[in-house]
Write a protein that binds this ligand. Structure first.
Ligand code: SAM
Length: 250
């Protein structure tokens, strides 16, 4: 892939790099897996706060540059690979951090959430960050919000303007913190649950009755107190309640 397509916007503002590293490692960490280290600006800050850093970078030219820059640093492992094809669990339980390549932020987030890391801190497009932390009824609330809430408690920590990068991206950015969910929603078949939620959001403007009647029958869905709501008004717990109701039928 050409380099300009790899989302290479390097963070140049030291204070922002410091804040991201501090969010990822509020106390000294054993291991941080960094996604997309680029020229190693964040890597350098993470190494000050973690015993070991594994950095996964897809661009071989940047990997070469990192190998030179960190030649004297035995605590850093540089992996030249596509993060989406890398088993991130191979290094054991670790904090995950990175200034993500925005074109694949969503699949990276999905992959990271499935690992259930003790802590994950990502710099992503502000618009995506808002979707992760939205509440029911808010404009940004959608499938991505519910999928995230199923695995993690997400918080938007702070926003980052394009001027903090070189070259500057066209969009505003934000740093998000993901921590394991404090309350277990008690949904053993998460894949089936997410398929159900996707169905609820199939046509965002339509009611649950409209989105679900074809699949489960009008009579059944009509009897639900939520039938005339739209998916964007329903919390994770609300979806879980409906899903459990369906499970008792089968
Ligand atoms: N961490 C650096 C910084 O803050 O300055 C660079 C961040 S830049 C937004 C994203 C980085 O992810 C680039 O270095 C890019 O080459 C790398 N990247 C893009 N696609 C990737 C992939 N599929 N796997 C691993 N790294 C990738």
């Amino acid at each position: 892939m050409p380099r300009r397509k790899l989302g290479q916007h390097f963070l140049i503002r030291g204070s922002i790099l410091e804040r991201i590293a501090a969010a990822a490692c509020p106390a000294r960490q054993d291991l941080v897996v960094e996604i997309g280290p680029g020229r190693g600006a964040l890597t350098e800050k993470l190494l000050k706060r973690a015993a070991r850093v594994v950095a996964v970078e897809v661009d071989p030219r940047l990997v070469e540059r990192l190998q030179i820059k960190f030649a004297a640093e035995p605590r850093l492992e540089i992996v030249c690979a596509d993060v989406l094809e890398t088993d991130l669990a191979q290094w054991g339980r670790a904090t995950i951090a990175g200034n993500l390549p925005y074109y694949i932020a969503s699949p990276i987030l999905e992959k990271a959430l499935l690992l259930n890391p003790p802590r994950a801190v990502f710099l992503i497009q502000k618009e995506v960050a808002e979707r992760l932390v939205a509440r029911p009824g808010e404009r940004a609330y959608g499938y991505l919000t519910v999928r995230t809430a199923l695995f993690a408690d997400a918080r938007l920590l702070f926003e980052v303007k394009p001027a903090a990068f070189h070259p500057p991206p066209k969009v505003d950015s934000a740093v998000v913190l993901l921590e394991p969910r404090t309350r277990d929603p008690g949904l053993p078949d998460r894949d089936a649950f997410l398929r159900f939620v996707a169905q609820c959001f199939r046509q965002k403007r339509k009611t649950l009755r409209n989105n679900l009647a074809g699949l489960y029958g009008k009579e059944l869905v009509d009897a639900w107190p939520e039938a005339s709501l739209r998916a964007e008004q329903v919390s994770l717990e609300g979806f879980a309640e409906m899903f459990r109701r369906l499970a008792t039928l089968s």
